[in-house]
Write a protein that binds this ligand. Structure first.
Ligand code: HEC
Ligand code: HEC
Length: 275
């Protein structure tokens, strides 16, 4: 009995301590104040285990590293990654140097990660680190090409990097990412699409986790409106057209076109009509 009471008291004290830590703002959230070394090492271990556990669902294609893949991967790396991670002979952009954690140079990434890990990280990003998910901005082919490029990176000279990245641009809009295993329902896919296309930066959307913002109107009850955005009809066609290019419908709209595919826009429109 006494031991149980002591345990319960310790639990209550611990919870009170944690609550006080949060409430009194003790934790230094600045990007200039690093984590303590043990915290940093623990986070790195947690990252490694979490990625390894999930990555095996995506085995690399056979003969991954071909000249064509490395070439395409180089173009995508130049357009999507070099700004933060740098490359042989190329510094990251200034903003990236001020990030915490600082994006590491990926020259040795293949020493720490298997190919499927690199695919998983690139596709899904890393929460709370600044590493974006590229699932909607690099298609399946391009994702593996980036991995092929990372594989070739350790032996690449700055001159070779420059020659490779003279390749044409990386495509851009992904119509629909390759299915996941286990597959997501259409409602889950729509929620993911809202989060991954920046909608939650400006709108509160029922059922979608995001900041409490009023930059744009709350997106609920659209089906019952006369018009949306003041002009478009609240049908799947009307909402999808608005989502893809609001300024084509209202030239003065503050909502930007966010580079969204037809499939993704319709997925979001159907969700909005039902919520
Ligand atoms: C906005 C900045 C930013 C961009 C752009 C970016 N990353 Fe990252 N990336 C990060 C940060 C921050 C981390 C976490 C710190 C770290 O481990 O490097 C990270 C981590 C990683 C890691 C794990 C590195 C390791 O060893 O822990 C890989 C692999 C990676 N990024 C690949 C990519 C690829 C491929 C691209 C382009 C498709 C890309 N990143 C674009 C910021 C970025
Ligand atoms: C930078 C902020 C911003 C982002 C990001 C943004 N919107 Fe908007 N959105 C607005 C504003 C502001 C309006 C109000 C109309 C206007 O001022 O043009 C609006 C209007 C709308 C409307 C019509 C709502 C109504 O009540 O009439 C829909 C639907 C919509 N947005 C969906 C989306 C979706 C889906 C995304 C993500 C793909 C998105 N928005 C991203 C700012 C934004």
């Amino acid at each position: 009995m006494a031991a149980l009471a002591a345990l319960a008291a310790a639990g209550v004290l611990g919870a009170a301590g944690a609550a006080a830590f949060v409430w009194f703002g003790v934790y230094d959230v600045s990007a200039t104040g690093p984590h303590l070394q043990p915290v940093h090492s623990l986070l790195e271990l947690a990252l490694k285990r979490a990625v390894q556990r999930r990555a095996d669902a995506h085995p690399p294609p056979p003969d991954l590293v071909t000249a064509a893949r490395v070439m395409q991967g180089a173009a995508c790396f130049r357009d999507r990654c070099v700004a933060c991670h740098g490359a042989p002979g190329v510094a990251p952009e200034r903003f990236a140097l001020g990030m915490q954690p600082v994006p590491t140079s990926l020259i040795e990434a293949t020493r720490h990660w298997r190919r499927q890990d690199l695919y998983w990280i690139t596709r899904n990003g890393i929460k709370m680190s600044g590493m974006p998910a590229w699932e909607y901005r690099l298609d399946e082919r391009e994702l593996w090409s980036v991995v092929a490029f990372l594989d070739a990176l350790p032996l690449m000279t700055p001159d070779q990097y420059r020659a490779l990245t003279a390749a044409p641009r990386c495509d851009g809009i992904v119509d629909a990412p390759a299915p996941l295993d286990p597959p997501l329902t259409t409602v889950e896919l729509a929620r993911r699409a809202f989060r991954q296309h920046g909608c939650t930066a400006c709108h509160v959307i029922p059922g979608v986790v995001g900041p409490d913002t009023s930059n744009g109107p709350r997106l609920s009850g659209l089906a019952g409106r006369d018009r949306i955005g003041g002009k478009a009809f609240p049908t799947e066609d009307g909402i999808a057209a608005w989502i893809r290019d609001p300024q084509a419908i209202d030239a003065h709209s503050a909502m930007p076109a966010l580079g969204i595919s037809e499939t993704q826009a319709r997925l979001m429109a159907r969700y909005l009509l039902a919520h």
